[in-house]
Design a protein around this ligand. Structure first.
Ligand code: NA7
Length: 536
């Protein structure tokens, strides 16, 4: 504690999720003195916090883990094709143990502010407890989906039962047996929660604002034979992830929707729908997420699936999105999600028809009914991409806050650097390729580590982004997003969050080009001694 500078580091990393853990390892290899500050009591980030029932991968487990260590790949065995959260958290704890990461991580330590000091050309980082720590480099590993948002509903805090945001799920399991449960929100998180809670709750009431287009996950255990095969093919698995648009094992089909017959299209979609994972989303024909007429074909296909799986056709219609086409928002992958609505203990409330008026001490009041609950679950999502930055008071040259700088939308260079914020390096900042996120994490960490190694070799201590480079990058980011239907829809992809002031209009907050294009750009910047950066 205290207000004095207690220690000095070469680098401070904010966050001990997958980005922070791997960055720590790489900076140690450069001989740097590093400290990681982490809000939680353990490592794992996303997989530390999101302990809600049903949380699991939608990426194949063996495409999601760290790829940097062949030994780690061989010694860890995933139990399911799409691992559940507790297993992933065990995995990340195993990684922390194996590489002895914890000795440089300070837990229970939320970073409140980070201020660039022009006199000393370093960063002063202040924790919640008031302690101040200095470092030459500040590396943010705060995650694109880690600033959870609660809905602004009147009376929200008056509820007398238990209530949880899915992100801040308690460490002790929550028992739903015999309970009346409400879930608000039907994004990827809500869908996973709903299908799990429906198994045991006495009554489950789902409050849906906008439905999403969901498709089957088709998860199953990994057999012993498959395990051997997976471990033998890791180089191929990661090579494939490097080649595909969004780093998944699945990739798009080069055909155009109207180049083939209706029968071929139907059989193609039927096959994707029956296969595990994101193929049904990222494996579509090349125009299906761009051309509205092509998109209507796949949307109609999925709508028919929903109608065939939900018995009450009035309920089925409520579950079919009408405001956006398939795949233009994040597609939740599900396991018997639609069948949940055939259960007698489950009710769907369409809150566009009957809006929530308030949360009461005993439950939820809509425009036409009073519902009593024991538990309310808020699966209401995140202030995505920039929210985790906004929650830290980050100040660059001239005392400018990052929040001010980004008030009209984020401005970055490759999502890793910000003009006017020297020696700040962001992992998975806005405008990085997301997709199968650990693949992007490893790329970002390796890029940053290569830059810092280069600077060491050349006796350079400071890095800044040139304004021309930022301008060229931002033009590229805008161009990649042109024509994509997803950029014409309100979602966390476009930075819209109804619960956050100032985030009601769409921005290009995410890199919408391909991961290979993203990496090509970053490699070009790194070539020939980083001409687009000021290094001294
Ligand atoms: P999402 O995808 O942002 O979903 C949030 C859900 O909560 C969505 O259905 C929202 O409805 C709903 N929501 C948000 N605020 C309200 C209010 N005020 N009233 C009613 N309903 C509300 O977050 P997730 O956590 O599911 O997923 C985020 C990502 O994490 C996911 O894509 C994965 O990649 C991992 P809306 O659609 O806005 O009408």
């Amino acid at each position: 504690g205290g207000l004095t500078m207690s220690d000095d580091f070469d680098a401070i990393i904010i966050g001990a999720g997958m980005s922070g853990m791997y960055q720590l390892l790489r900076l140690r290899q450069l001989g740097m003195r590093v400290r990681v500050f982490e809000t939680g009591t353990g490592v794992g980030g996303t997989w530390y916090w999101n302990r809600y029932p049903g949380a699991r991968f939608d990426s194949e487990s063996y495409s999601y883990g760290f790829s940097f260590s062949p030994e780690l790949l061989q010694e860890w065995s995933w139990s399911e094709h799409f691992a559940p959260q507790p297993e992933t958290l065990r995995y990340l704890n195993h990684v922390a143990d194996r590489f002895d990461l914890r000795r440089d991580i300070q837990f229970n330590s939320r970073v409140a502010s980070a201020v660039y000091r022009e006199a000393t050309r370093d960063w002063a980082v202040t924790l919640d407890d008031g302690s101040v720590h200095a470092a030459r480099f500040l590396i943010t590993a705060v995650g694109p989906l880690s600033a959870a948002t609660l809905p602004n509903i009147e009376g929200r805090d008056s509820f007398q039962g238990q209530s949880f945001h899915t992100y801040y799920w308690p460490h002790e399991p929550v028992d739903f047996v015999g309970k009346r449960v409400a879930v608000i929100g039907t994004g990827a998180t809500g869908v996973q929660t709903i299908q799990e809670v429906a198994k045991t709750a006495a009554q489950l009431t789902v409050f849906q604002r906008r439905p999403n287009w969901c498709a089957p996950l088709h998860n199953r255990p990994i057999t012993d034979e498959e395990q051997v095969q997976i471990k033998a093919s890791y180089p191929d698995i990661f090579r494939r992830c490097e080649e595909t648009f969004a780093c998944f094992l699945h990739t798009g089909d080069p055909r155009g929707t109207f180049e083939v017959t209706a029968e071929v299209r139907e059989a193609f979609l039927e096959r994707l729908y029956s296969e595990p994972g994101f193929g049904i989303w990222v494996g579509l024909f090349r125009d299906m997420l761009i051309d509205p007429a092509a998109n209507a074909i796949v949307s109609d296909f999925i709508a028919r699936k929903i109608r065939s799986r939900v018995k009450d056709q009035a309920v089925a219609e409520k579950l079919i999105p009408t405001d956006h086409g398939f795949g233009t928002r994040r597609v939740p992958l599900e396991t018997r999600y639609y069948e949940v609505y055939n259960q007698p203990n489950v009710t769907l409330v369409d809150i566009k028809e009957t809006p929530i008026e308030r949360i009461t001490p005993s439950g939820i009041r809509t425009s036409n009914a009073d519902y009593a609950f024991d538990i309310i679950v808020f699966a209401t999502g995140f202030d995505a991409l920039t929210g985790s930055f906004d929650r830290i008071d980050i100040r660059g040259e001239g005392g400018v806050t990052l929040k001010q700088k980004w008030s009209g939308g984020a401005q970055t260079l490759m999502g890793m650097l910000v003009e006017g914020f020297p020696n700040l390096l962001m992992l998975l900042g806005p405008h990085t390729a997301l997709g199968n996120i650990p693949r992007s994490i490893e790329y970002n960490v390796d890029w940053v580590s290569r830059l810092l190694a280069f600077m060491q070799q050349h006796g350079q201590r400071h890095v800044a982004a040139r304004p021309e480079a930022v301008a060229a990058w931002m033009t590229h980011v805008m161009e990649c997003g042109e024509g994509l239907l997803s950029n014409q829809v309100d979602s966390w992809f476009t930075g819209v969050n109804s619960n956050v002031e100032g985030k009601q209009t769409r921005v290009i907050a995410r890199y919408s080009g391909s991961a290979p294009d993203y990496r090509a750009w970053c490699e070009r910047i790194a070539a020939d001694g980083y001409p687009e950066l000021v290094l001294d």
